[in-house]
Design a protein around this ligand. Structure first.
Ligand SMILES: [Zn+2]
Length: 409
């Protein structure tokens, strides 16, 4: 037994301040308010204790990536995020040639086998070039059940989430096949209208990939995917609340509309998270990071055409509906350089109550993964996955399944 006391413990029922938490090996044994009567206890000195973060949209970090490189580099990316409080994560792949997606899915399935990651998220290849953001339009294809089954087979049961654009021909069949297979369908990188999005939800879609980003901007007579996804209670909505991808007002509006039970905070981090400014890779796309903001450097179909990364591109702003265009969006924001801890800190600074931020960073994404019975909240019986944070919500210690990973209170 390990007793942590004198902290601000963020539980599903509210903040216990002071409160204590008792751990029995890899699981939480008990949580309670006030001072711990038993001794010895580790004194948390008023620090916050949040449930370990669950990031269901992350491509890399610490200079390494899930989207390219070796299995050891993928392990490195996972270890980087774990050290910053993300005790559970999916590995997110971006659009790429099918054979490459199959190879990478098979490789990452090994990391899921050994528990390094909780599974895979396929962000592509069934996406709309009109809302491609920083993804490679050359490899975007129409939804196809046979292709979906090939990718699912490569992931050997570890495919958890697939992002697709529901307006593309064949989408309804893939949504139904994925839903039957227990894979969560997320709507994203889409130019869909509200009506088309509603039909996709009727067919089984249950999640929004980075709401607002990579979607047509909502209009009061055509609220688009953003409006439909927020409107439907069965849909969880991701936001990249990093201070770059969304205005704080958009974060607050999404949080209020979705409510504390449906909001999901994600990092959408790429290899540059935790690294200095410079040149990085996101799948096949070259990215430049300046001032912590990652942007697409060039069009792979037209390598001579590099853009001023400061000038153009905001996923959700560019892209002409219906236009067939395979040029990359030079200057588009290309993932984030944030950890989920950074996102939680920013969301709280933007006005999210701490328990709501914890629900959005841990409890709700754990539910999306079907793991709410194992992790995602500080309550007895769940895994001893937790993050100790200082007053500014900077992690000072991380515990995963009862073991300290980084720091020690
Ligand atoms: Zn992404």
């Amino acid at each position: 037994m390990l007793l942590l006391a004198g902290g601000r413990i963020v539980t599903p029922g509210g903040v216990l301040s002071p409160g204590w938490i008792r751990l029995a090996g890899p699981v939480i044994d008990a949580v309670g308010p006030g001072d711990a009567r038993e001794q010895p206890a580790v004194d948390l000195r008023g620090q916050w204790v949040l449930p370990g973060f669950v990031d269901i949209h992350v491509h890399g970090g610490g200079g390494a990536s899930f989207t390219e490189g070796t299995i050891d580099e993928a392990r490195q990316a996972a270890a980087f995020h774990r050290g910053h409080g993300t005790t559970t994560m999916l590995a997110s792949l971006v659009t790429a040639p099918l054979t490459e997606l199959e190879t990478r899915a098979a490789m990452l399935a090994e990391l899921a086998d050994d528990g390094t990651i909780a599974g895979l998220h396929l962000e592509g290849p069934f996406l709309s070039p009109a809302r491609r953001g920083a993804q490679d339009p050359r490899h975007m294809i129409a939804p196809d059940v046979a292709v979906f089954e090939r990718l699912r087979a490569a992931a050997r049961g570890h495919l958890r989430v697939i992002t697709l654009a529901p307006e593309l021909p064949g989408a309804a069949k893939v949504i139904e096949a994925a839903t039957r297979a227990g894979v969560t369908v997320a709507v994203g990188h889409t130019d869909a209208t509200a009506e088309v999005t509603m039909a996709a939800i009727d067919a089984g879609a249950r999640h929004a990939t980075h709401l607002f980003n990579g979607m047509r901007p909502p209009h009061h007579r055509e609220p688009g995917a953003v409006g439909a996804l927020l409107d439907r209670d069965e849909v969880t909505c991701e936001v990249i609340a990093d201070g770059v991808h969304l205005h704080d007002i958009a974060i607050r509006l999404a949080a209020r509309a979705a409510g504390p039970g449906r909001l999901v905070l994600v990092s959408d981090a790429m290899a540059a998270a935790g690294m200095p400014d410079g040149r990085y890779q996101l799948g096949s796309m070259r990215v430049t990071v300046a001032g912590g903001v990652a942007r697409l450097l060039e069009d792979p179909a037209d390598p001579g055409h590099t853009g001023d990364p400061g000038q153009t591109g905001d996923p959700g702003q560019t892209g002409d509906p219906g236009r067939v265009d395979t040029a990359a969006q030079v200057g588009a924001i290309a993932g984030s350089t944030a950890t989920l801890a950074d996102v939680v800190r920013h969301a709280i600074a933007a006005g999210l109550p701490v328990p709501d931020a914890a629900a959005a960073a841990s409890t709700n994404p754990a539910r999306v993964l079907g793991r709410a019975d194992r992790t995602g909240a500080l309550r007895p019986g769940l895994a001893a996955d937790l993050v100790v944070c200082d007053d500014d919500f900077r992690p000072s210690a991380v515990m995963r399944q009862g073991e300290w990973l980084a720091g020690h209170p």
